[in-house]
Ligand binder design. Structure first.
Ligand SMILES: Cc1cc2nc3c(=O)[nH]c(=O)nc-3n(C[C@H](O)[C@H](O)[C@H](O)COP(=O)(O)O)c2cc1C
Length: 198
């Protein structure tokens, strides 16, 4: 199959992109709105953009009506957010936080998770996560105001929390971390089936 992307609808572009670019790590984005209400939502368009300075990238798509998702509004308003990583034992709770809740609903409470104050930024992170980053907004590159257009968020990582149980000399034990990734739709993968290339 060959596709000229200009001829494709958003839904088909989405299927091709998420079915091809996988597995994707999941940034569990913690933020606070202007009223101080905490928000938590997963974003798998996520990667490391720079090591030193440490910069991460996530992309937040516009909603079907073209408006911003709550995380993006909070990131722009507060200029900061956290990214917690998702281990297998938190997979179900993570999926609960993806539901379209109103902006005044605290997803930590909806998913039975514990919000904890960040150390260097005025935001919140997920206490159940084994790894969390504290991030300060660097820039947002928007690709349009229509449904499906992405908003690429680049952010400086100002602090990193790692559970002492999974780290030794800055090396994270990936088995103990037990991170998951997103495939397409409701399918996910673990990091348990690794192999070595010699
Ligand atoms: C595993 C997973 C990954 C997701 N990744 C993204 C993503 O990269 N970009 C995006 O716009 N939405 C993504 N979503 C959908 C958002 O999580 C969803 O729209 C959520 O309601 C947004 O919440 P918010 O409005 O509180 O930010 C993902 C959902 C799941 C379950």
């Amino acid at each position: 199959m060959f596709s000229d992307t200009k001829a494709l609808q958003t839904s088909d572009l989405y299927k091709l992109l998420i079915g091809s670019v996988l597995p994707r790590p999941i940034a569990w984005v913690g933020s606070k709105n202007n009223q101080g209400i905490a928000n938590l939502a997963p974003y798998s368009f996520f990667t490391v953009a720079s090591i030193n300075p440490p910069v991460i990238a996530i992309s937040v798509a516009n909603k079907d009506d073209g408006s911003n998702k709550d995380s993006l509004n909070n990131i722009i308003d507060s200029q900061c957010f956290s990214v917690s990583m998702v281990s297998h034992k938190n997979a179900k709770a993570m999926s609960v936080t993806a539901d379209l809740f109103d902006a005044d609903v605290n997803e930590f409470e909806m998913a039975g998770l514990t919000e904890i104050a960040c150390s260097k930024i005025n935001s919140v992170r997920c206490a159940e996560a084994k790894v969390s980053f504290e991030c300060v907004l660097n820039e947002v590159k928007s690709y349009g105001e229509h449904a499906g257009a992405g908003n690429l968020v680049l952010a400086d990582v100002v602090a990193i929390h790692v559970d002492d149980e999974i780290i030794d000399d800055f090396k994270i034990d990936t088995n103990k971390f037990d991170a998951i990734g997103r495939l397409a739709g409701a399918n996910y993968t673990t990091t348990r089936d690794s192999f070595l290339i010699e």
